[in-house]
Design a protein around this ligand. Structure first.
Ligand code: SF4
Ligand code: SF4
Length: 286
């Protein structure tokens, strides 16, 4: 099971952030002015399990008015007067809105197929659930923090008081009760969709095809490919620009990928050292 987040229909209402905090009793972590548009949570962390990013771009607004999904015969979309970099009417062609668009995206733990956080956890606090998701058990976490640098997406954070880590559980308790995760339930536009991963991938492919046919060539899926560096994400996205624009790594790899070969090399080096010491010792005795 997993999430498909279609950022092309996100309206930035933050209902997902609020629903996540309410259901999971995630403490308030400061409602600061981040100077990043309407983003006031800044990024994912121990007390922000869903983060809605607002990215301001100097780009034609037209791509937001493609009419994708509008029923035939529906009236043209109304210009709601998006903010402008110029005073109204100042541009040469009399365009009062200028070229400006927001990209909005609700980020979350990716519930990687190959999750490095799981590999490095010494206590078994992080575990793979029967739904294929990755969950951290707060009563077993010892606060060592090994998983924090291991995550290729910078998702996990430690709480300041005792150092224990927290992150999205994909509402493990709700799944057990046959309910969908709180964020998906609260999202008014179905930007966050929850379900069987194969079904979600099919739905995402179809949506991508629709957007490309409508001329939104920059639309792309992120984390959908089971052949990528983390074996595909259990929470994947449809983006309207490059991943870097959203603060996502373009080619994530499981950070523990090289551990087996490193251990092999270390074992060979240790064996060679031991053989050298033994030979020296035996040579002296003769
Ligand atoms: S995104 Fe990070 S925290 Fe989430 S499963 Fe992958 S490695 Fe673990
Ligand atoms: S609830 Fe849905 S539309 Fe609102 S911010 Fe979250 S993802 Fe976007």
């Amino acid at each position: 099971m997993g999430f498909f987040t279609d950022t092309s229909v996100c309206i930035g209402c933050k209902a997902c952030e609020v629903a996540c905090k309410e259901w999971n009793l995630v403490p308030e972590d400061g409602l600061d002015f981040t100077a990043m548009s309407f983003d006031n949570s800044g990024g994912l962390g121990a007390d922000t399990w869903r983060h809605v990013a607002f990215i301001e771009q100097r780009a034609p607004i037209g791509v937001q008015e493609t009419g994708v999904g509008r029923p035939e015969g529906a009236p043209d979309p109304v210009d709601l007067g998006m903010p402008s970099f110029e005073p109204p009417g100042a541009s040469a062609d009399g365009d009062a809105t200028g070229e400006f668009r927001w990209l909005m995206s609700s980020d979350v733990c990716k519930h990687c197929t190959h999750a490095a956080c799981l590999d490095v956890c010494p206590t078994g606090s992080l575990f793979r659930t029967e739904y294929g998701t990755v969950v951290v058990q707060e009563d077993i976490c010892n606060g060592c923090g090994y998983c924090v640098p291991a995550c290729p997406y910078g998702v996990i954070g430690q709480r300041e008081d005792d150092g224990r880590v927290f992150k999205c559980t994909l509402c493990y308790d709700r799944l057990g009760a046959g309910m969908e995760p709180a964020c998906a339930k609260a999202c008014p536009t179905d930007s966050i969709q929850f379900g069987d991963l194969d079904e979600l991938r099919e739905r995402a492919d179809e949506r991508l095809r629709g957007l490309h046919e409508a001329g939104v060539g920059s639309a792309q899926l992120y984390g959908r490919d089971p052949g990528d560096g983390v074996g595909g994400d259990g929470a994947f996205f449809l983006l309207l620009d490059e991943p870097e624009v959203y603060g996502l790594p373009p080619d994530p790899v499981v950070t523990t990928r090289d551990l087996p070969s490193m251990w092999r090399h270390a074992a060979v080096a240790a064996g060679a050292l031991l053989a050298g010491i033994t030979a020296t010792f035996l040579g002296r005795r003769r």
